[in-house]
Design a protein around this ligand. Structure first.
Ligand SMILES: [Zn+2]
Length: 346
């Protein structure tokens, strides 16, 4: 690989960012963390009216502006009902797999920003107490949260300040194994956010400017397909850095990076995709080209929403997407290398 990127920083940055809950549509707790990382490299964040954070990198050639997006929201849950016995019923934010959340510690964030932990369970929560526990479906109608507080009535839960509409995030479980595998619930897409800051660190430490003015964007609403719906009008290219889910049709591995040529919406821009593949080759990245199946990105949202731009997507391949996810530091290195080759246009 061409660029010797700081993988220790990337992993630390990921662990830092993933430790702060930001379920779909809720960025209040992560905002100051993103501001801090930008400031560390001499940059200031700014936001549009929807709260999407941006960082502008001035390019050698300011006649063109491109955008690199890494969404900072994750899948999550929202409180939909408080039962008379004080248990919480929830609704999914994004593509939740309820079975993967059984037994998980989750965090409910109330309107005052106070966080309460709870245990996510099936309503048939004990093999000793319920017959047919294993056969009970795990879905919105059967799963509940048992708050880790002495509450047994709806009124007691309301007294804690918990209400319908409060966001809920699951424990992220970030682990780096000695063999270089990075595991967490939210590799999607906080590993990409960490890749973008690692790219920024490399540019900063090597006094490099991107070829064109480059907007870094960290939207909070990718998981419902809205993250790229608005794009500042000066942007002519939207490149989403996002997970590439591995599966039966893919050639990528957790050690490579991958360019997504087409997803559930349809093909990404042909020429921009071809350019990304050429950058990957020139930068010596291990890179495959993939068709993602039940998947899309903010770059597709940006194109679909009528913005006058072209879009493309690439990122680190991930095993087990929207469950407990896994990638490898080599996949992250390949991804940052491709990112650098793209913004430097070399
Ligand atoms: Zn994603």
């Amino acid at each position: 690989m061409k660029f010797d990127v700081d993988i220790a920083f990337l992993v630390d940055c990921f662990k830092d960012i993933v430790s702060v809950p930001s379920p779909l549509g809720y960025g209040k707790m992560l905002d100051p963390v993103l501001d801090r990382y930008a400031e560390r490299f001499g940059k200031k964040t700014f936001r549009d009216r929807r709260g999407t954070p941006y960082v502008l990198l001035e390019g050698e050639d300011p006649s063109k502006t491109v955008l690199v997006g890494a969404h900072s929201d994750t899948i999550g849950l929202v409180v939909r009902r408080i039962d008379t016995d004080g248990k919480l019923r929830v609704r999914a934010l994004g593509g939740i797999v309820y079975s993967s959340l059984e037994g998980e510690t989750v965090y409910i964030i109330n309107r005052e920003g106070k966080i309460f932990s709870g245990l996510m369970s099936c309503q048939k929560h004990s093999t000793h107490s319920f017959s047919g526990m294993a056969k009970e479906p795990r879905d919105e109608d059967t799963m509940l949260i048992n708050i880790d507080e002495r509450v047994s009535t709806k009124e007691e839960v309301l007294a804690l300040g918990i209400r319908p509409g409060d966001p809920v995030s699951a424990e992220p479980h970030a682990v780096l194994t000695p063999s270089g595998f990075l595991k967490s619930r939210y590799i999607d897409d906080k590993a990409a956010v960490a890749c973008v800051f690692t790219m920024l660190k490399y540019l900063c430490e090597n006094s490099l400017k991107p070829k064109y003015n480059t907007l870094l964007a960290f939207p909070y609403c990718e998981e419902n397909g809205l993250g790229g719906a608005y794009v500042p009008p000066e942007v002519s290219e939207y490149v989403a850095v996002d997970i590439i889910p591995t599966g039966p049709d893919t050639d990528c591995t957790e050690f490579t990076t991958a360019v997504c040529a087409s997803d559930i919406i349809g093909p990404y821009d042909y020429d921009l995709t071809s350019r990304l593949l050429a950058y990957a080759e020139k930068a010596g990245c291990e890179c495959t080209v993939e068709l993602a199946k039940i998947y899309s990105t903010d770059a597709a949202a940006a194109m679909r929403s009528g913005n006058d731009l072209v879009g493309a997507a690439f990122g680190m391949p991930v095993f087990g997407s929207h469950g407990m996810e896994r990638t490898h530091v080599d996949g992250l290195k390949n991804t940052v290398n491709l990112l650098l080759a793209y913004v430097l246009d070399i």
